[in-house]
Ligand binder design. Structure first.
Ligand SMILES: [Zn+2]
Length: 237
């Protein structure tokens, strides 16, 4: 096979590889897996937020209980002092005891509210865990289905990759480099041929007569003046 024919074969292989890769992405299960993974990520974000709120509530509860114990100790001391204090002192102590009672009442009220919130957050966490398990199960099922659907496409891609290597090996090193650079610059398909002597099969553009004339007197393998791909002008197959 001459270099021009090898390049034309490479173009066919590269187009086919591209088509198979796109088909792989379009397998319905692939989109569904992506969707399930998106939902799992969102769920993880929500769970982290719930855990944070839970910690805040539990800390507020603990702080409240510590304050309450301090207040109760103070109240106990005041009551003991009242037993042997004078009238004025007892009056002041009772006023403080009233204030303490109100603060304890407020702490107890807040604690009840916090406990309700903690229960609600625990319920949310349980729910999140169940949703997570269901989503992970769905993800596993989808991956199995995806692998089955993708199997033949992957096998074809393997065959094409081997054919590509064989073709590449037949090219002179300098041409192989030009071809690789062209592939990189043109979305994986780096070679084209002059179809009917007038149109580039890479970009599909009909060339100007002056461009065609220039190609006719030029080398077998040139460059498309429109898209810049390696252009097989003629082969010697
Ligand atoms: Zn072109």
């Amino acid at each position: 096979m001459d270099a021009g024919s090898a390049l034309i074969e490479l173009q066919r292989i590269d187009v086919e590889i591209l088509r198979n890769r796109k088909a792989l992405e379009k397998i319905p299960e692939a989109a569904k897996v992506a969707e399930v993974r998106g939902r799992l990520k969102e769920l993880a974000r929500r769970t982290t937020k719930i855990v944070g709120l839970l910690k805040d509530q539990e800390m507020a509860c603990r702080d409240g209980q510590e304050d309450r114990e301090d207040l109760m100790r103070r109240a106990h001391d005041l009551e003991r002092e009242n037993a042997r204090a004078d009238f004025r002192r007892v009056r002041d102590n009772n006023a403080e005891l009233d204030r303490i009672a109100k603060r304890v009442e407020k702490i107890d009220y807040d604690a009840e509210k916090a406990k309700g919130e903690i229960r609600r957050l625990h319920d949310l966490l349980d729910q999140s865990q169940k949703i997570k398990e269901a989503l992970e199960q769905r993800e596993r099922e989808l991956l199995v289905a995806f692998r089955d659907s993708a199997k033949s496409l992957r096998e074809d891609l393997g065959t094409l990759a081997a054919q590509r290597e064989t073709c590449l090996a037949s090219l002179a090193p300098e041409l192989r480099e030009r071809y690789a650079a062209s592939c990189k610059a043109h979305g994986a398909v780096g070679a084209a041929q002059l179809d009917g002597g007038t149109t580039c099969t890479g970009c599909g553009m009909q060339l100007q007569p002056s461009q065609i004339d220039a190609l006719r007197v030029g080398p077998d393998i040139s460059t498309c003046p429109v898209c810049g791909r390696l252009l097989v002008v003629r082969t010697h197959a």
